[in-house]
Design a binder for this molecule. Structure first.
Ligand code: N01
Length: 863
C-alpha cells in the first residue's frame, strides 16, 4: 500500500516523541546526544506544552522558579534569571523557547501535528504511527512525553453547547488574550486554574459570578523576587542543591519534620503552621506535621487553621463558610497558591454561587440556570480541569503486541511498571506516566529523572545489542500493588479528586500518581537497572534475557521503619544481657504512639503457681458483658510484661469489642521452661473461672498471643483440651513460635533485616529452654496432637523468620480438622501488626483479624 507523507515527516526514525513541553524538549536533547535519530510531534504551534496552552490570566507555576527549571546543564542555569518566585506563564514559555533555541531543538519537532494512532509491528519490531494528516512513519521506540494535565476534560454540564456568548476554556486560552472589560462574566470551577484567574478576571469584569462545586484549600503565594535563601544555596553549591532535590521527597530540597500533629504542644503546632503559611510554598504547608498525610486528626489541625484564615479574610460569614473546604482532608485534592483569591469575594461585583446548595440545572443560550436562579452572562470561563494522567495517553489509539489497545488494557485503571512502561506494549515509554511521582512532585525534577532513565536504558540496550524491551506481568503486577499499598496508607483516596480519576464521569477510581516520594521512587528505578533490568524482558540480536522479579514487596511504611532502624545503627539485642535488653525495649516502647482509647483500663494481679501474676485489663467503651480474650505478650519468653503490648491490646479491645486481659508470666533466663507455660495455664483457668466478674460472657473465651505469647496460647489450648478444661472457644495466634527447628527456609530468607532476626531467635531459645525440652510439645506445639483444638485464627507475616512454622501450624491444624482462618500479612514483618499507628498498613490486617474472630464466634459451636 502506498503511503503518503508530508515532506517534513520522515519515513523511519529511531525514536518518536509525542510532546514538546518540558519532557519532550529534554528528551530530544538526550536522544540527540546518544546519536539516535528522533523526531517530536506536537499539536501546538510551538514548544511549551502546558505553558503553550494555559494562557489564562494569572497562570503561573506553583513550585518556586529556583526549582522549577532544568538542571541538566549548568551553563543553561547560568544563562537564565527568573524575575519572580513564581513566574508567569509568558516567562516560563519564554524560558522553554530559549531552551529550544539554545540547543537547536526545533529542527526535530513537527508542530501542529497530532499523532492519532500507533501500532506495534512484532515481525519488524517497530512502532507504526499515523498523524492526523494521514502521514505514516515507523520508529523503534515510541515515547509519550505528552504531560499529565494536557487534555482538558470535555464539558460535562447539561446544555454546554447551547450558550451563545463567549466561551473560554482555561486549558485552551486564546493567544490574543481576552478583554473582559465591562462584561458580565461567569467562572465555573475553583481548582488551581479558577483560583489563579478569578482575581484577575474580577479586576476587569463588570460583574463576576463564580460557580463553585467544591471549595479548595489555598494559601497566599506571597509572590515577589525569588527566595534569597534558595538563591544563596544555589550560588554556594548549585550541584549539591540539585542533587538534594533529586533525593528529596517532593523534588524540592526541604527538611522533613518528625513533629506529629497528634503529640505536639499547641504552641508548637501553631508556630509550625504560621511559618508554613508565611512561606507561601506548597511543600511547606503540606509538611507542617509528619503525620498530616496519613492521620485524619493531625490533618484536621492544619485544615482547621486554614479555614480560620479564610474566615478571617472573607467579610460575609456565609460566603466564608461556603469557601471553606470541609469534606475531604487537606492535601488530598491539589491545594492552590493564590494572590488575593479569598479577598476577591469581598468585592461588591463578585458573587459566589455554591453549587452544593443550588446545582447547575443547565447552561442556557444566555447564561446558566441553577435549580433556583437564572443568570445571564456575556462570557463563561470553564476552569473545569483535565482528564488527568491517563487521558493524554489513551487519546492516541495505541495497539500493543497482542492487538489490545492501551485504552482497553487500562479500562479498570492504569497498569504500569514504574509508570514508565506497560506490559504488552514493547518499546513504548511514558514520561511521568501514571504510578510515577509526577504530579505529586516538582514536575521538572521528575521529568529529568524519567528522561535520564529512558535515555540510559536505550544506551545500554544499544551497547548490549538489544532492541526490544517490555516489562513482565509479574513485575508490573508488583508495582501496581506497591502503588496501591502506598496510597492506602495515606488519606488521598478519601477525596473525589482528579488524582483518583473522580473528576471525569465514568473514569475508574484508582489513585493515579505514586505517593511514595521522589527519593523512594528514584531508588526503586536505580535498583531495577542495577539488578540487570529487574522485571523487564529484553531481546535483540544478542538473544533474549530476563531477570524477573518484583522491585518492592515490603509494605511502604514497614520499609520506612526498617530504613530508620538501619540508619540508627542500634546494637543487636542478642549481644546484650537479658537485663540490658529489657531496659532497651522499655526505652523504645516509651516513644511509641499510645493506641486507641478504650473504655477502661484496670491493673491488677491474679494467682499463679509461683506467686501473683500482674495483669492489665482493657474494657471496651460499649456496655458489657463482652467476650473475653486472655492475651500473652511477645518478647521471646525473655522480655515484656502485661503492658508491653499496650497499643496492640487497646486496638484488639476496640476492634473486637472484647475485654482483653493481658497477663504477665515468669521470664527466662531467671525462670526457664516450663515456668511461662505453667503461669499462662493458671491465668487462663483463673480468667475462665472469673469471667462474669471480669465483665466477660461465660463460654466466650479466646486465648491469644503474639510471638512467644502465641507459642504459649497454642500450648495452653492443647493443655486445656487434655485437662478437660477450661473451655476455650477460639485461639488467636499472631506470628507464633510453633517449633524449635530453626532450619526452615524463612529463617534464611527473612533471618536478617526484618527486625526479628534468626540470631535473636536463637538467643531467645537459648535463654528459654534446653535442647531436649525444646522438642517437647509444650515448647514446640507443632509437635503436639492438634485434633480437637478450638477454632483458630493464625496470622503469619511474609517477612518473618517465623513465617514457615506459623504456616505449618495453620496447615497442621486444618489437617487435624480444626477450623482455621489463616491470615497471611503480605509485605509485613514480625512486629508490623503490634506497631499500632506507626505501621499504618497493619491496620487493615488487624481489622481482618477482628473480623475473623467475630466469624469464629458466630460459627456453630464445636461440640
Ligand atoms: O482543574 P481542577 P484545574 N460542574 O480539576 C470544577 C495543575 N495546575 O485546571 O472539585 C461544576 O483542579 C471542579 O469541581 P469539583 C494543578 O495540579 C497548576 O484548576 O470536581 N464544576 C473544580 O472546582 C491542578 O490541580 C497550576 O467538584 C465543575 C474545577 O472545576 C491541576 O492542574 C495552575 C464541573 C476543576 O479543578 C488541575 O487544575 C493550574 C462541573 N461539571 C492548574 N466539572 C499551577 O499553579 C469540574 N468542575 C502551576
Amino acid at each position: 500500500m502506498a503511503v503518503s507523507r508530508s515532506a517534513d515527516v520522515p519515513a523511519e526514525v529511531d525514536v518518536v516523541v509525542v510532546g514538546a513541553g518540558f519532557s519532550g524538549l529534554y528528551l530530544l536533547y538526550r536522544l540527540r546526544e546518544l546519536g539516535l535519530r528522533a523526531v517530536a510531534f506536537d499539536e501546538a504551534g510551538d514548544v511549551g506544552g502546558t505553558w503553550y496552552w494555559n494562557r489564562y490570566p494569572g497562570a503561573r507555576c506553583d513550585v518556586p522558579t529556583t526549582d522549577y527549571a532544568y538542571s541538566f546543564d549548568p551553563e543553561l542555569e547560568r544563562d537564565w534569571t527568573w524575575s519572580e518566585k513564581y513566574a508567569t506563564q509568558p516567562e516560563i514559555l519564554a524560558y522553554l523557547r530559549h531552551v529550544a533555541d539554545r540547543y537547536d531543538l526545533r529542527r526535530d519537532i513537527r508542530f501542529g501535528t497530532r499523532i492519532t494512532a500507533a501500532a506495534w509491528d512484532e515481525p519488524a519490531r517497530r512502532w507504526r504511527l499515523r498523524t492526523a494528516d494521514g502521514d505514516e512513519l515507523s520508529c523503534r521506540y515510541y515515547v509519550m512525553a505528552s504531560g499529565c494535565l494536557s487534555l482538558p476534560k470535555a464539558p460535562d454540564i447539561e446544555g454546554a453547547g447551547r450558550y451563545r456568548g463567549e466561551v473560554y476554556l482555561t486549558g485552551r486560552w486564546p493567544h490574543e488574550g481576552v478583554d473582559f472589560g465591562g462584561k458580565r462574566v461567569a467562572v465555573v470551577g475553583t481548582g488551581s486554574s479558577g483560583i489563579q484567574s478569578i482575581p484577575l478576571i474580577a479586576s476587569q469584569a463588570a460583574s463576576l459570578t463564580v460557580f463553585q462545586r467544591t471549595p479548595n484549600f489555598s494559601i497566599p503565594a506571597r509572590n515577589g523576587p525569588p527566595s534569597p535563601e534558595r538563591l544563596a544555596a544555589l550560588a554556594t553549591d548549585r550541584a549539591g542543591y540539585r542533587e538534594a532535590a533529586r533525593w528529596s521527597r517532593g523534588g524540592v530540597p526541604s527538611e522533613l519534620t518528625d513533629v506529629s500533629g497528634l503529640t505536639a504542644p499547641e504552641e508548637v503546632r501553631r508556630q509550625r503552621f504560621e511559618d508554613a503559611w508565611r512561606s507561601g510554598e506548597l511543600f511547606g504547608i503540606l509538611g507542617v506535621f509528619s503525620d498530616q498525610a496519613v492521620n485524619l486528626a493531625s490533618n484536621d489541625l492544619v485544615a482547621e487553621m486554614i479555614r480560620e484564615k479564610i474566615r478571617g479574610v472573607v467579610g460575609d460569614a456565609d460566603v466564608a463558610d461556603a469557601l471553606c473546604p470541609k469534606d475531604y482532608p487537606f492535601g488530598t485534592k491539589r491545594p492552590c497558591l493564590d494572590t488575593s483569591y479569598f479577598e476577591t469575594f469581598n468585592l461588591p461585583h463578585v458573587r459566589l454561587v455554591d453549587l452544593r446548595g443550588t446545582p447547575i440545572a443547565s447552561v442556557t443560550e444566555a447564561g446558566i440556570d441553577t435549580t433556583t436562579e437564572s443568570f445571564e452572562f456575556d462570557a463563561i470561563v470553564f476552569a473545569t480541569g483535565f482528564d488527568a494522567m491517563t487521558g493524554p495517553l489513551v487519546s492516541v489509539d495505541v495497539t500493543g503486541a497482542d492487538g489490545v489497545t492501551l485504552e482497553r488494557k487500562w479500562e479498570h485503571g492504569p497498569v504500569t511498571y514504574l509508570g514508565l512502561m506497560t506490559t504488552g506494549f514493547p518499546n513504548f515509554f511514558m514520561v511521568t506516566g501514571p504510578q510515577s511521582p509526577s504530579v505529586l512532585s516538582n514536575m521538572v525534577v521528575s521529568i529529568e529523572q524519567h528522561v535520564d532513565w529512558i535515555a540510559d536504558c536505550l544506551r545500554r540496550m544499544r551497547a548490549e545489542n538489544l532492541d526490544r524491551i517490555e516489562p513482565t506481568a509479574l513485575a508490573e503486577a508488583g508495582w501496581v500493588r506497591h502503588n496501591q499499598d502506598c496510597a492506602d496508607i495515606t488519606l488521598y483516596p478519601r477525596a473525589n479528586s482528579w488524582y483518583m480519576g473522580a473528576n471525569v464521569p465514568g473514569k475508574p477510581r484508582v489513585f493515579l500518581p505514586y505517593v511514595g516520594g521522589v527519593d523512594a521512587y528514584r531508588r526503586a528505578c536505580d535498583e531495577v537497572t542495577e539488578k540487570g533490568f529487574l522485571g523487564f524482558r529484553l531481546d535483540g540480536p544478542a538473544g533474549p534475557r530476563c531477570n524477573d522479579g518484583v522491585i518492592r514487596r515490603v509494605q511502604p511504611d514497614v520499609a520506612m521503619v526498617l530504613d530508620l532502624m538501619a540508619s540508627l545503627g542500634l546494637p543487636p539485642m542478642e549481644t546484650m544481657s537479658a537485663t540490658d535488653a529489657r531496659a532497651f525495649m522499655e526505652v523504645i516502647d516509651a516513644g511509641r504512639p499510645p493506641g486507641p482509647e478504650v473504655g477502661e483500663i484496670i491493673d491488677a494481679a491474679l494467682p499463679g503457681p509461683a506467686g501473683y501474676l500482674a495483669y492489665r485489663l482493657y474494657r471496651p467503651p460499649s456496655r458489657g458483658p463482652h467476650p473475653l480474650i486472655a492475651y500473652f505478650h511477645g518478647g521471646g519468653w525473655v522480655l515484656g510484661s502485661q503492658d508491653s503490648d499496650d497499643p496492640f491490646c487497646r486496638d484488639l479491645c476496640v476492634r473486637t469489642g472484647s475485654v482483653v486481659v493481658s497477663v504477665n508470666y515468669r521470664h527466662a533466663p531467671e525462670d526457664r521452661f516450663p515456668a511461662a507455660v505453667d503461669d499462662a495455664f493458671a491465668a487462663v483457668c483463673w480468667i475462665a473461672a472469673n469471667a462474669t466478674e471480669l465483665g466477660g460472657i461465660p463460654g466466650q473465651l479466646t486465648v491469644a498471643g503474639w510471638s512467644a505469647g502465641g507459642n504459649l496460647a497454642a500450648i495452653i489450648c492443647q493443655r486445656a483440651r487434655d485437662a478437660g478444661g477450661p473451655d476455650i472457644s477460639s485461639q488467636l495466634l499472631l506470628h507464633p513460635v510453633t517449633d524449635c527447628d530453626l532450619g526452615r527456609p524463612s529463617y534464611s530468607s527473612n533471618g536478617e533485616g526484618f527486625v526479628l532476626t534468626a540470631a535473636l531467635m536463637r538467643w531467645f531459645w537459648d535463654h528459654y529452654a534446653d535442647g531436649p525440652d525444646r522438642a517437647d510439645p509444650t515448647a514446640s506445639p507443632l509437635r503436639g496432637t492438634l485434633a480437637g483444638l478450638p477454632p483458630a485464627v493464625v496470622v503469619t507475616a511474609e517477612f518473618d523468620p517465623l513465617r514457615d512454622e506459623g504456616d505449618a501450624y495453620a496447615e497442621a491444624l486444618a489437617a487435624a480438622g480444626v477450623p482455621v482462618r489463616h491470615i497471611r500479612a503480605r509485605g509485613h514483618v514480625h512486629t508490623s501488626l503490634v506497631m499500632v499507628d506507626v505501621v499504618i498498613s497493619g491496620a487493615p490486617v488487624r481489622a481482618e483479624i477482628a473480623g475473623a474472630l467475630a466469624g469464629l464466634r458466630q460459627a456453630p459451636a464445636r461440640r
